[in-house]
Design a protein around this ligand. Structure first.
Ligand code: BTN
Length: 276
């Protein structure tokens, strides 16, 4: 991808107009995991907004103990330190917030139609292009920091992914046929993220809900199965509860089931447009 003018993110800091997010920004050519490094900075007292970006990760971390494929020169691997004064139970909402920020950025920068798969996978054309990993730091039950890790497959070619992921994972380049400028995408993402975060701090999940539902509209009414921490659940998506939990109708049962975490599979496959 040497034809990309911003291979080293060198112009990013100059372009960034945020108030606090991405300030300061730590860049690495390669690192084990931006989340691990940001977690260390957070424990050492780094201020809210501090962010870490790497060109590649040797031990990129995904959800549920999985790894995150992190080749050099093509994608975005970003972790931001947040210190919201909220109860720990509210932290999962940051996953939904980050997914909305990524989806808004994809619309703005790439002119593609993203879809959010609850809670926070961002898909284009039915394939995952972004993963989000929010990790908490607490002290005697009080939230000290959240490391919000975001990986976006911007320009990865198909052979960057192992064959078993070819039907499931993609990049914005593969989906839209155009290379994505990494620093422009990152600046737009940090800007959306800061705006949504400030609104959320002031007004809670309701500030986020319409945008999340807009990007996830395809999920409503779908039959899904969810691999949840306490077993697999199947049902029809009813929508989100007031705190972002997923509401499912299991069979004919009256009371909806509330899910706070899990891996969703859409029964009968996924259909969603590629271009807006
Ligand atoms: C998922 O499994 O969907 C979450 C993937 C999160 C990957 C990002 S890349 C930047 C940050 N650093 C990591 O090690 N993981 C997150």
């Amino acid at each position: 991808m040497n034809d990309l003018p911003d291979q080293d993110f060198s112009t990013l800091a100059d372009q960034l107009q945020t108030r606090f997010l991405g300030k300061p920004l730590h860049f690495f050519d390669t690192i084990d995991s931006t989340n691990t490094y940001a977690a260390r900075l957070a424990r050492e007292g780094a201020s809210e907004g501090t962010a870490v970006i790497a060109d590649s990760q040797s031990g990129g971390k995904g959800r549920l103990g999985r790894s995150w494929i992190s080749p050099p020169g093509v994608n975005l691997y970003l972790s931001a330190i947040l210190r919201p004064p909220v109860p720990t139970a509210t932290v999962p909402q940051l996953n939904l917030l980050a997914a909305v920020a990524v989806a808004d950025t994809i619309v703005q920068v790439c002119d593609l139609t993203p879809a959010i798969k609850w809670p926070n996978d961002v898909l284009v054309g039915g394939k995952k292009v972004c993963g989000i990993l929010a990790e908490m730091q607490t002290e005697t039950g009080t939230l000290r920091a959240v490391v919000l890790g975001i990986g976006v497959n911007l320009n990865a070619p198909l052979d960057a992914f192992p064959e078993e992921l070819h039907e499931k994972a993609s990049s914005l380049f593969l989906a839209g046929g155009r290379l994505v400028e990494r620093s422009a995408f990152t600046v737009a993402l940090l800007t959306h993220l800061e705006k949504l975060y400030v609104l959320w701090l002031e007004g809670g999940f309701s500030t986020l809900r319409p945008a999340w539902e807009h990007h996830a509209a395809w999920m409503m009414g779908q039959q899904i199965t969810v691999a949840a921490p306490d077993g697999t659940v199947a049902g029809t998506v009813l929508g989100l509860d007031s705190d972002g939990a997923l509401l499912l109708r299991e069979g004919d049962s009256g009371t909806p089931r509330r899910l706070l975490a899990g891996d969703v599979t859409v029964v009968g496959g996924y259909t969603h447009g590629v271009r807006s």
